[in-house]
Each structure stands twice: as C-alpha cells, then as structure tokens.
Write a protein that binds this ligand. Structure first.
Ligand code: SF4
Length: 368
C-alpha cells in the first residue's frame, strides 16, 4: 500500500538507526507526545534498538488516559438514567472511574454503546427521538473536527436529543506545562503527526524558542519514528533548537484551516483537568453557548465539583509526565493488567502501560 509499506521498510529503519548511532555523543531524553507513537516504538522494538544514550520518554498523549475521573463518574451516572443511551469510543468503556467503569454499568443494564464515529451516535439520536443520546467525546485535536461536525449537523437538523459530554484536550498547553516543571528531563520532543496535520506547526515555534528545545513533527510508522528521532538528535548534537517537519507528506505549517474553522465554530478553549497531571490552563475545549442545548453538562445539570484524585497506588500521573516508566510501577503486570486495569494507561491501546505489557515481552515471559 502506497505511503505505508515504504514507511515499514526494515533496511531504511536500520539505515536511520545506524545514523543515530554514529551521530549521538551525549545522553539525550526525547519525549514522544502521542500514545500512538509510544505504541509503535514499543511494538516495533525501536526503544531497544536505539543507542543507550538516547532514551525515549513516553508523554501524556493518550486522551483516554487523561480523561478525569469525575467525568467518567458523570458518564456512568448518566448511563443509568432510563431515557439515556450513552455512547463512546470502545477504549473509554473499560477506564475505571471512582467506582466502576462504563462496561460494568453496561453489565448492570445501562444502555452503553460503542461507536466508531460521533456521526453514528447522531444517527442513533435521529432514530430514537424518545431517548437522549449522549456521546462521551474524548480526544485530542484529531477527533475534535468530527465531533464538532456532529454538533453542527444536529443543530441544523434540529436533533435536540443529541448531546456531548466533552473531555477534549489540547496538546501544546500540556507540553508547555510539562516543560515548566522544575524536574523535567526532556531535551527534545516528537510532536504528534496527526495533531499537526489538523493544527499545523505554528503553536510549536514559541515552545521551541522559549524552552530551547528541538521539536520534530513525526509520523507513526517505524521509518517515521527513527527519522524523527535522528532529526532531533542532529539538532541536539549541534546545539540548536528548531521546529522541523518529518511528516511532510501530511503536515503543512498552517495545518488544515477548514478543520480548524469547524472546531472553532463549535468549541471554545477552557482550562481542563488532566487525569494524573492536574489542571492545565487553556488545555481543553468546551461547547460554545450557541450549542448549549447539545452540552450534556448543562442539559443534565451535572454538578461541577473538584476533580477526584486517582485512588490506590497507581502512578499514572508520573508515567504520563514521563518521570517514570510503566515497569517502575510495582503493580505493573501483577495486580494491574489489561484484563484488570487499575489505571487508564493499562486500558487504552494508546496507553504506555498497555503498550509495555503487550509488546515488551512481559506478557510472553508470564506465559513461560
Ligand atoms: S501499571 Fe497500572 S497501576 Fe501502574 S501506573 Fe500503569 S495503569 Fe497505573
């Protein structure tokens, strides 16, 4: 398949790895922001093939993992309402709230449904005018355009029984928050190629300049990742800090203006609580007042209360900030597994804990 197979070319991966080995002279920590990149790095064994001096730090780019506990509790409470059909992406169903998950609510009889697109949820609302269809909208800038479009269509078609419970988060403010922490150890960043496809690169120039950090917009295939890492290492070794674009086949500096306009017409920026990290200013999206009738928080008068902390000893916050690796958690693979997740990073396919569990050889070693 064009634009896919050539980016999985083993010889090309080895060529870039070789260049990294010959370029690096000092220890560097490079954070990939996106959970999809974490997944690909671990699954393809790239983390182990890099020189010891190049350490990958896995960032907070898994939207399911950072969805706050109190919003999951709201979703579960709504799902138990007789008239509500609660819809969301599949990963969201297994993420633990303060007591249980949406999957457990479904097992108890709540009408909880997995959707691949918010437009499917809108269709469900059209078919069932006697019900209230609530879409638990979770994601980064990548899913926001489709979710915004569903609201525009609902408003145009006067489908008033469709609403969103939103937990939309924005990447650059989270990156800024991490770089402002005194104890951060990050020398360079791989920005998520799909987010940059929508939003462009403009937001990264001030980050790179202020924090003197190389930022490389990077794709998700093995060749993309090793090339992005090489570009970051070259900058670090030369002592420069610039924004570069490895994912030029998709990313343009200005991004996708049409998608940005759709997002901005429906959502406005707000402060957002990130699970395990805390409140980050201007890092979330909320529905504009003109779409209040499609906002589940307002429609169902959901109480806003102080965000709940994670329970137990889950160190997801430290994992999401790159301070700890999943294997540093004493519960990793023992009391916390994908079948019995104690924290969100073990649930989502983009979660760092699940990636290490499935692809680092840990699960095979348990079977031996
Ligand atoms: S292994 Fe489980 S308990 Fe430990 S940080 Fe990951 S999700 Fe949390």
């Amino acid at each position: 398949m064009k634009y896919l197979e050539e980016y999985r070319d083993r010889a090309l991966v080895e060529k870039y790895l070789d260049k990294i080995h010959h370029t690096v002279t000092k220890p560097w920590n490079i954070m990939e922001i996106c959970g999809g990149q974490t997944h690909s790095l671990v699954k393809n064994g790239i983390v182990e093939m890099l020189p010891h001096k190049v350490k990958m730090i896995h960032g907070p780019g898994c939207p399911v993992c950072v969805t706050p506990v109190h919003l999951i509790d709201h979703a579960i409470a709504l799902s138990h309402e007789d008239q509500v059909i609660l819809c969301s992406f599949g990963d969201m169903l297994r993420v633990p709230g303060s007591s249980g998950s949406l999957l457990e609510a479904k097992a108890q009889g709540a009408d909880v449904r997995i959707m691949y697109s918010p437009l499917d949820a809108l269709q469900l609302a059209r078919k069932h005018p006697e019900k209230e269809v609530v879409f638990f909208a979770v994601g980064f800038e990548t899913t926001a355009p489709a979710i915004a479009l569903s609201v525009i269509r609902a408003a145009h078609a006067h489908i008033e029984n469709y609403s969103l419970l939103t937990s939309h988060v924005l990447v650059p403010p989270a990156v800024k928050a991490i770089l402002e922490e005194d104890d951060h150890v990050i020398n360079a960043l791989l920005a998520a190629g799909h987010v940059c496809t929508i939003m462009g690169l403009e937001e990264y120039y001030p980050l790179s300049g202020t924090y003197q950090i190389p930022i490389v917009a990077t794709g998700f295939e093995p060749v993309d990742l090793v090339q992005g890492i090489l570009m970051a290492v070259v900058q670090l070794e030369k002592g420069i800090a610039q924004v570069e674009n490895q994912y030029a086949r998709m990313v343009q500096r200005e991004g996708n203006r049409i998608a940005q306009d759709v997002i901005n017409s429906v959502f406005q920026v707000t402060d957002q609580h990130w699970r395990g990290i805390g409140k980050i200013p201007s890092s979330g999206l909320m529905l504009r007042d003109t779409f209040a009738q499609h906002d589940a928080q307002r429609k169902f008068a959901l109480q806003s209360h102080p965000p709940l902390k994670d329970t137990g000893d889950c160190i997801a916050g430290l994992v999401l900030k790159g301070v700890k690796k999943p294997m540093d958690c004493p519960m990793f693979g023992h009391t916390c597994t994908p079948e019995n997740p104690l924290g969100a990073p073990m649930v989502s396919s983009e979660g760092a804990c699940a990636a290490y569990y499935h692809f680092s050889g840990f699960s095979e070693s348990l079977a031996e």
